[in-house]
Design a protein around this ligand. Structure first.
Ligand SMILES: [Zn+2]
Ligand SMILES: [Zn+2]
Ligand SMILES: [Zn+2]
Ligand SMILES: [Zn+2]
Ligand SMILES: [Zn+2]
Ligand SMILES: [Zn+2]
Ligand SMILES: [Zn+2]
Length: 1789
């Protein structure tokens, strides 16, 4: 502590400025204890307006102030005053050091920051940890849950009350250990400093509070007026129009209003609206009063027209605004100061609790002014409260008291306000009410429960009619909705029940409970209904409010009952109070005497079918809940404690719940049909898992309570009476006058079934702890067993169907593994729980939580299962658990006289075949009840209670029940329940036997035995019957099927789809005899195989062969501009109009990809179909919206068979080989050097052809075009030796022959080829159709090359062999494409193609041309080059006339193509040389490498060094490892060779070699590919040609090569250098992957929690979305980040997709954990994310919050979808399946 003096010492005053003087003055006055608020306020009055006043010329969207000046003039003086010196930073450092490490985290969450709760250790789900604490805590191995903070809460790490265990993370545990308990934090700081900060805080807080709530917009507090301030002189003053946020107006309304009022652009209006929504207010206009007022008037006018409350808009004086801005900044500054020291925070709390002027504490005033403030100001205060007062236990307690004390007022303000709960001061309740000690303290000291309920009841008053709550449909229930937040607060208070009670806790708790009871009595009987007879109801009654209220009340009731059950005094008093209230509202009920089976009972008169009934009986249910707790304290309902006047008897207790049951029975019998959906919904929710705990379950409990308190016969008579079944039970009911189809008879039969069903429930539902001898675990187990009997379920399904406790827990995980196994079918599929077989015997078909659908499904499933396992086909009642003692008398119902009478009535009617009132359901349920009775008797026997009270069998035998049962065996009516009857009788007899001979062994035959003997006998007969039946069914089915096909041709598409892929009947014949492996190119070409294919047109179903004579066939295709293969995402197609696709970039940055579903149509059939689609779409009225899955304006349509998205068609060109008429090709022995020489000759002299182009649409002027042509063939030949000349001539003679053979392509085929080539042009270049553009041929060819590239990638990615694993759909696609481009000279102008050919050859062969070219060899894709040269070469020397399409020529795979391949191969080799890492011979290898280098290695190595030297690359210092080099080169060449093999295979029809059908090593693949392509497998043989080598060196010398190769090293030096235009592509070209995702999803959330919106100045983004292609995170679906695209505002994702994915994108929406696919601007869909929980389930929207981990296989599936260009199709498919009229504005995402 010796350093204290260092900051206490005051430096001598030397004033450099007025600031210095001011601080000195303050300190002087402070020491003289004469410092007063005016000392500061005068200073602020002088300085604040200068700094923070908005100026008239300001851009209101980007208001900035001189913060540097503000710091110097306004904040630094305050800090200096606190410190008492000028070295503030040093002082604060010292102060921070004094503070011990914090033991409480208290990190305040930003909105949507991830939070973690531990389901094992957290006290309740509101206890959460921040990411850092969570990671450092034990909970990360527990069952944790993730969620997203709503903002405003804080981390509970270190709060021992929030956690049952592990309250501290590592960091804060350290803080706890180091905590020094010897002195209070305040004592550790010097006194005068404490005093200074205390006095300053007082001034500052009062000032802030005053200014932020200042209500006079044009005048300020008088003491803040600087001298000279004159309101009269307003023309010279600056004013501002301030627009405030509300939750009534939508974004669009605000934007619209602003658009008019201040004449701004849409974008600016959007920005204002965003700011107003975020901050709560915004200046929209600055200027003189008049102009500001004018804006205000317009805003108010524009708004009031819409008939709602107008937007709040105020004209304010700039000085007022300045002080408010300063006040906001002061609070931020204060928050910063508070973070320095615990002592500061304590002082802050103390100051807040003081009252500046006589009256209430400052805190109270601030709280109460909450709703006067705008959003940002509220948040500022709330955060200060949290970080300033809630971190300290004592301060928190005081805060809690003040908060609770003012709760009624705060809540009232909140309800009247329109802002969300999260920005209200009332939302801080969660911070205090959830702390158990605090909650109990508040209940005792502040009577919190009473206060809260009183507040709520006061609010409810306005919704009361005749003492009951009542809501009208037309009423605005918003106020009531807001008031229900009290119920949440109440739940927080009650979360933990006290371990010990004391008098004041009891007193105040009961005080509160009385209010709750009053409230329940207001609800009791609300929304009652009277059965509608005659007409259907005219208005659907309001029901939602009641049901919603109930759902919020459920956890409160459950908790209150729990509290009541924990103390005898409380329980007794609560029950007494409840009973009194119940009695007083139920009143006296009139009774009449009813008799059945010689018993009588005085029953309450009430006709449910004509008088009001309701599902809302919370008071009765509350009583039931309390009674259940009585046995715990040895109390009963008749205990003297409950002797009260007019105490309700059991009949009265159960009366109302019973009415509800009867109403539901009648409802099911169809008697309430006219009451509409309102009742239907209520009945649904009555049974629904979310509400039934406190509805259905309690009602049943009450009936069980009554049954246990009443004499059995009387109880049953009551029930029969209420159900209106006294007539039914009578002998005269079943007279001949009745008819079965009579409505009354039918209804009565159903009601009787329902009545029997209720008896089963009352007798057998004993899984509620207290009712039965069971635990909570047993209850959950029973639920799970019953649910899994319906079907196996996933974890989340099961979780959804189980009831949850107030902490949202189901208790499922503890027990589920005891009764079920989690099973998965495949690795990526979701696991499902299957019931363990031994638990099937627990199945109760009449389980009371089943809906009717579930019941029938479960029974069906169980019967089917039993049939398969050969068990008896019936579901007898399972043995229920035992009743607890107070309820055990219920089983007497089973043997009482009235029950026997009921049984006999039903059995007799079953036997009487003329009985009209018989129903199968009654019989089944009676059997079930008898079964239950037998179970009970057996249980009694087993417990060896001789002569026990339960003697059903004796009674049943005596009364003739057994006899009737036996008679039933012969009745044809019981066929369906024969097995159940057998089971019952068997059980009956075995009990009788053991009864008679009690000590004898059980002689019951196991049921399997009897069943199996009879089965054996019938086996043969059965088999015959079964066969006959099967035959009959088959015949029926096939007849139905035929009929079905006729009617539903549409539906059978899928079946057909499979058919058509196999349906190509191919009779294969081999053209040439081949003994060896096939070779595709050159003189050795062999192995041509042509399969003739016949196809069925999917539109007219006619068969057709693809030929030149028949009708033209096409397949639907989809061309998309793709960037999937891009190796350089900075490279974009910037200007498609000017782009020249001659030399395609090696980085494959973009390309027109073509895909097809392969379904064949006649071209004319398709044209008709497409015209019809277009016409239909055009006719579709706009109001129904255009079809979204495809856009006819873009030529899109869906394949009529498989609905695959298409935008063009590709015609089926017959195999090119069959088109060659005269195939007399002789081997050509021209040498490659001669070949190169002659071609150089052909192009070396420029032959320019100049002509006028036709005027195109967009530009008027004529365009002069130049095209190249080669030196004529004759001249070239003249320059060669005779031999070579002849050979050269014959090379082109082949093409000339083809050409001479003429063009016999039908016009329809040519038209279709043009359609396709235009599609590639239009899509690829985003151009308008223009058949005359020279680039059309290139685009068509490019599409072919690009598609082959992409298929090669796909095969490589899936590790599939080149030909063996090629899917037929892809093979078909490539074959069709290659044949179209192969024959494409038939549609393209020969001059254009020749021009391209000359340009390409010049680039490749002429050194001077090459070095002038803008692209060096590293920048050109070799395979595309190969395709272009191959396709254009045949026209090089064709006759030169001006007619286009002078002839048809095809590349055929001769020597010419082989040499082209040689040429491009070496070109590619140079690329490889320049891109591979230098393969040094490593030291170790040098020594031991005794490897003798082969001649190939030597040659290649030599050439390698030559090329590198030519390129100017620094030469190697170490010798090259030649062996490694060669291997690397072979590998690097594979993708190119594989693409080439695919291309030439489809071009030449040379069959695929078997060697390439399987997966082999890379070296083997290399050899096989070379062989197939007619290449030498030894590179030195290819490199023998001196001309080729010469060319290679020439390419390497291109100036660009040097800079590119050295670029990478340069790049490393300068990190922020602009991305290079081109990059060196490494070979083998690697496959692009989607971005790497972290395995733990929470890591992703956390990474993204620091992401802020790039356009809103550090604000969080609401929906951060990651592009999975490039990894960029975007601020999606938000106004702030909309960008203009083609004249419309689009969201960040839609915009990004245009640049990153050429319109196609795949994203991960991080906060709601969904995959988003986007296509273009209008289409998109969501998909499940690749993250799954431990049960293999995804969690879209993070609803469940289970820990999620990356499922690699699922992510791979997404990657495949992207890589295979399947996204557009997937999106269209999903959109097509969406229900009509669901529209999402995808472009806003
Ligand atoms: Zn924390
Ligand atoms: Zn912590
Ligand atoms: Zn834990
Ligand atoms: Zn057809
Ligand atoms: Zn199709
Ligand atoms: Zn944004
Ligand atoms: Zn991207």
């Amino acid at each position: 502590m010796e350093e204290e003096g260092s900051f206490l010492h005051m430096t001598a005053p030397t004033f450099h400025s007025s600031v210095d003087f001011t601080v000195h003055d303050w300190l002087k006055k402070f020491n003289a204890t004469s410092l007063k608020p005016p000392d500061f306020r005068e200073y602020w009055a002088l300085n604040v307006p200068n700094i923070y006043s908005p100026r008239a010329d300001m851009n209101c969207l980007n208001i900035t102030f001189d913060e540097g000046l503000a710091k110097q003039v306004l904040f630094t003086p305050l800090e200096r005053f606190i410190c008492g010196c000028n070295e503030t930073e040093k002082v604060f450092e010292e102060i921070k050091k004094i503070d011990s490490l914090p033991m409480l985290c208290g990190r305040v969450f930003k909105s949507r920051e991830p939070t973690y709760s531990c389901r094992d250790c957290a006290l309740d789900p509101t206890c959460v940890l921040c990411m850092d604490c969570f990671k450092n805590s034990a909970h990360n191995t527990h069952r944790y849950k993730m969620s997203m903070s709503g903002g405003g809460g804080y981390c509970d790490c270190g709060d021992e009350e929030a956690w049952k265990a592990h309250a501290y993370c590592e960091v804060h545990l350290q803080g706890k250990r180091e905590m020094s308990s010897d002195s209070s934090p305040i004592e550790r700081l010097p006194l005068d400093l404490i005093e200074r900060i205390r006095i300053l805080m007082g001034f500052v807080l009062s000032y802030c509070h005053e200014m932020l709530t200042w209500e006079q917009p044009i005048s300020q507090p008088s003491d803040l007026c600087p001298s000279g301030f004159d309101t009269a002189n307003e023309a010279h003053e600056t004013y501002a129009t301030m627009l405030f946020n509300d939750e009534i107006h939508t974004y669009d309304q605000v934007i619209h209003t602003l658009n008019r009022a201040i004449e701004c652009t849409e974008k600016e209006a959007t920005d204002y609206a965003t700011m107003i929504d975020r901050e709560g207010r915004s200046i929209v206009k600055c200027g003189n009063f008049q102009s500001c007022n004018q804006v205000r008037n317009i805003i108010e006018r524009t708004n009031s027209r819409s008939g709602r409350k107008p937007l709040r808009v105020v004209v304010m004086h700039s000085s007022v605004i300045a002080h408010q801005i300063f006040a906001m900044k002061l609070l931020s500054w204060l928050k910063q100061i508070l973070s320095y020291s615990e002592a500061f925070r304590i002082i802050f709390s103390q100051v807040m609790m003081e009252s500046p002027t006589p009256g209430s504490p400052l805190l109270e005033s601030i709280m109460l002014s909450d709703t006067q403030l705008w959003k940002a100001a509220r948040n500022q205060w709330h955060q200060l409260f949290i970080s300033g007062t809630l971190m300290d236990q004592q301060c928190k307690k005081t805060f809690a008291r003040i908060f609770t004390h003012n709760y009624p007022l705060l809540m009232k303000d909140f309800i009247a306000d329109d802002h969300e709960h999260s920005v209200s001061i009332t939302s801080l309740s969660v911070q205090i009410f959830t702390v158990p000690t605090l909650a109990h303290y508040l209940i005792m000291e502040e009577n919190a429960i009473y206060v809260l309920l009183r507040t709520f009841l006061t609010e409810c008053e306005r919704n009361r009619i005749d003492g009951k709550l009542s809501f009208e449909r037309s009423q605005n229930i918003e106020l009531f909705r807001r008031s229900q937040f009290v119920l949440f607060d109440l739940r927080y208070l009650l979360t933990v029940k006290p371990n010990e009670w004391n008098t004041s806790l009891r007193k105040n708790f009961l005080h509160g409970i009385q209010q709750l009871l009053n409230f329940l009595s207001w609800m009791q009987g609300m929304d009652s209904v009277v059965r509608q007879v005659g007409q259907h109801v005219e208005f659907e009654a309001e029901w939602e409010t009641g049901v919603n209220l109930q759902s919020k009340l459920v956890p409160v009731i459950t908790l209150v009952l729990d509290w009541c059950g924990s103390d005898r005094v409380v329980l007794v008093k609560a029950l007494r109070a409840a009973l009194k209230l119940l009695e007083s509202i139920q009143g006296k009920m009139t009774t009449t005497v009813r008799e059945v089976a010689d018993h009588s009972s005085s029953c309450i008169e009430y006709d449910v079918s004509s008088m009001p009934v309701t599902i809302h009986l919370p008071l009765s249910r509350f009583v039931a809940g309390l009674i259940l707790h009585l046995p715990k304290f040895d109390l009963t309902y008749s205990s003297p404690e409950f002797l009260i006047r007019n105490k309700p008897g059991p009949e009265e207790l159960m009366e109302l719940p019973l009415r509800t049951q009867v109403m539901i029975a009648q409802f099911r019998a169809g008697m309430w049909r006219r009451n509409g959906y309102s009742l239907l919904n209520q009945v649904f929710f009555y049974h629904n898992v979310r509400l039934r705990d406190e509805m259905l379950d309690r009602d049943i409990m009450m009936l069980q309570i009554a049954a246990s308190l009443m004499e059995s016969n009387k109880f049953l008579i009551h029930l029969l009476n209420k159900y209106g079944l006294l007539i039914w039970i009578g002998d005269t009911f079943d007279t001949s006058q009745r008819r079965t189809e009579d409505e009354y008879t039918r209804q009565t039969a159903t009601i009787a079934e329902e009545f029997l069903g209720l008896l089963i429930i009352i007798i057998s539902e004993r899984y509620y702890p207290g009712v039965g001898n069971v635990t909570e675990r047993d209850r959950v187990k029973k639920e799970i067993i019953q649910l899994l009997c319906i079907e196996p379920m996933t974890n989340s399904q099961l979780c959804k169907m189980l009831p949850k406790d107030p902490n949202h827990e189901t208790g499922m995980e503890n027990v589920v593994n005891e009764v079920a196994d989690l099973k998965k079918t495949t690795d990526t599929s979701t696991g499902k729980y299957e019931l363990k077989p031994e638990f099937y015997s627990c199945f109760n078909p009449f389980f009371y939580h089943y809906t009717r659908e579930e019941q029938s499904k479960a029974e069906e499933v169980q019967l089917k299962r039993k049939k398969q396992t050969g068990e008896e086909e019936c579901c007898p009642p399972p043995l229920p658990s035992e009743f607890s003692l107070p309820f055990s008398v219920i089983i007497n119902l089973l043997q009482c006289d009235v029950m026997a009478h009921i049984m006999l009535v039903v059995l007799k009617r079953t036997l009487n075949l003329h009985s009209t009132s018989y129903s199968e359901g009654q019989f089944e349920k009676v059997l079930h009840i008898i079964g239950l009775a037998l179970h009970e008797e057996q249980r009694q026997q087993e417990q060896k209670e001789e002569g026990g009270f339960f003697q059903f069998t004796k009674m049943a035998e005596k009364k003739g029940i057994l006899a009737d049962l036996e008679k039933c065996q012969g009745s044809p009516r019981v066929e369906a329940h024969k097995d159940l009857l057998n089971w019952t009788l068997r059980k009956f007899r075995s009990l009788q036997r053991s009864e008679g001979k009690a000590m004898e062994v059980d002689v019951e035959f196991p049921p399997e035995n009897t069943a199996s003997t009879s089965r054996k006998r019938d086996k043969k007969q059965n088999a015959q019957q079964a066969a006959a039946r099967r035959a009959r069914i088959m015949a029926q089915m096939s007849a139905m099927q035929k009929n079905f096909i006729k009617q539903h041709a549409q539906l059978l598409k899928e079946v057909d789809a499979e058919e058509s892929s196999n349906q190509t009947e191919s009779d294969i014949f081999v053209l040439e005899e081949s003994s060896d492996d096939p070779v595709a190119l050159g003189n050795l070409q062999r192995g041509k195989v042509i399969s003739r294919q016949t196809h069925t047109c999917i539109l007219c179903r006619e068969e057709q062969e693809a030929s030149l004579t028949g009708r033209t066939l096409v397949i639907g295709a989809f061309v998309q501009r793709s960037t999937v293969l891009s190796k350089n995402r900075n490279h974009r197609l910037e200007d498609p109009k000017e782009f020249n696709p001659l030399l395609i970039s090696a980085d494959l940055f973009c390309g027109p990809h073509t895909s097809t579903c392969g379904h064949v149509m006649h071209s004319d059939c398709w044209q008709k179909f497409f015209e019809a689609v277009v016409a239909k779409e055009r006719r579709r009225p706009v109001r129904y919206g255009r079809h979204v899955s495809f856009n006819v304006d873009k030529q899109e349509f869906l394949c009529p068979l498989c609905e695959c998205l298409c935008n063009t068609v590709i015609p089926l060109v017959p195999p090119i080989t069959t088109l060659i008429v005269n195939n007399t090709e002789k081997p050509n022995n021209i040498k490659i050097d001669d070949w190169l020489f002659s071609h150089r000759k052909a192009v070396e002299k420029l032959q320019v052809q100049r002509f006028r182009a036709l005027p195109s649409n967009d530009d008027q002027g004529e365009k002069i075009l130049y095209r190249y042509k080669p030196t004529p063939l004759k001249e070239v030949m003249a320059s060669l030796s005779t031999d070579s000349s002849e050979q050269f001539h014959s090379l082109y003679a082949v093409y000339a022959q083809q050409c001479a053979a003429g063009n016999n392509f039908p016009n329809s085929l040519l038209d279709m080829m043009r359609v396709f080539s235009q599609a590639t042009y239009m899509v690829g270049l985003e151009a308008h159709p223009n058949p005359d553009d020279d680039r059309v041929p290139l685009m068509t060819w490019w599409s072919c090359a690009y598609t082959i590239h992409s298929i090669e990638w796909l095969l490589r990615d899936q590790k599939k062999s080149l030909f063996g694993d090629l899917s037929s759909r892809r093979a078909h696609c490539m074959q069709t494409l290659v044949r179209v481009v192969g024959a494409s000279t038939s549609i393209f102008d020969a001059q254009v193609v020749r021009n391209h050919c000359v340009s390409l050859l010049q680039y490749l062969l002429l050194a001077e041309e090459h070095s002038c070219s803008s692209s060096c060899c590293l920048e050109v894709d070799a395979f595309t080059l190969l395709v272009f040269v191959c396709l254009s070469m045949p026209v090089l020397f064709t006759a030169d006339d001006h007619e286009s399409n002078s002839g048809l020529t095809f590349p055929v795979g001769g020597v010419n193509e082989l040499y082209i391949l040689h040429l491009v191969l070496v070109f590619h080799l140079v690329q490889i040389f320049l891109s591979i890492d230098f393969p040094f011979l490593e030291e170790a290898e040098t020594s031991e490498a005794q490897h003798k280098e082969t001649s190939e290695e030597v040659a290649v190595c030599h050439f390698y060094i030559e090329v590198l030297t030519a390129a100017g690359v620094e030469n190697c210092k170490n010798p090259v490892n030649a062996q490694k080099l060669l291997k690397t080169i072979h590998q690097a060449m594979l993708p190119f060779l594989r693409c080439s093999a695919l291309f030439f295979h489809f071009l030449t029809d040379v069959e695929a070699p078997k060697t390439l059908a399987g997966m082999h090593s890379e070296e083997y693949q290399f050899q096989a590919l070379c062989w197939y392509l007619g290449l030498s497998t030894r590179l030195n043989e290819i490199l023998q040609s001196p001309s080729l080598r010469q060319l290679a060196l020439c390419w390497a010398r291109h100036a660009q090569v040097y800079s590119m190769v050295n670029q990478e090293t340069l790049q490393m030096d300068e990190e922020d250098a602009p991305p290079p235009r081109s990059i060196v592509v490494k070979h083998p070209i690697s496959i692009n992957q989607l971005v790497c995702l972290p395995s733990d999803y929470s890591e992703l959330i956390n990474n993204v929690s620091v992401f802020t919106c790039p356009n809103s100045d550090g604000e969080d983004s609401r929906s951060p979305t990651m592009c999975l292609v490039c990894g960029q995170i975007l601020c999606s679906q938000s106004y702030c980040c909309q960008t203009e695209l083609e004249g419309a505002m689009v969201g960040a994702c839609t915009f990004h997709v245009q640049v990153c994915g050429a319109g196609v994108g795949i994203f991960l929406r991080i906060r709601d954990c969904k995959i988003l696919l986007l296509v273009g601007k209008t289409k998109g869909c969501y998909m499940p994310p690749p993250y799954v929980d431990e049960y293999g389930e995804t969690d879209q929207g993070l609803v469940r919050g289970n820990p999620l981990h990356l499922c690699k296989d699922k992510y791979r599936e997404l990657h495949r979808l992207w890589l295979s260009h399947g996204i557009p199709e997937q999106v269209s498919h999903t959109l097509e399946q969406l229900p009509a009229l669901t529209t999402t504005n995808w472009f806003l995402l």
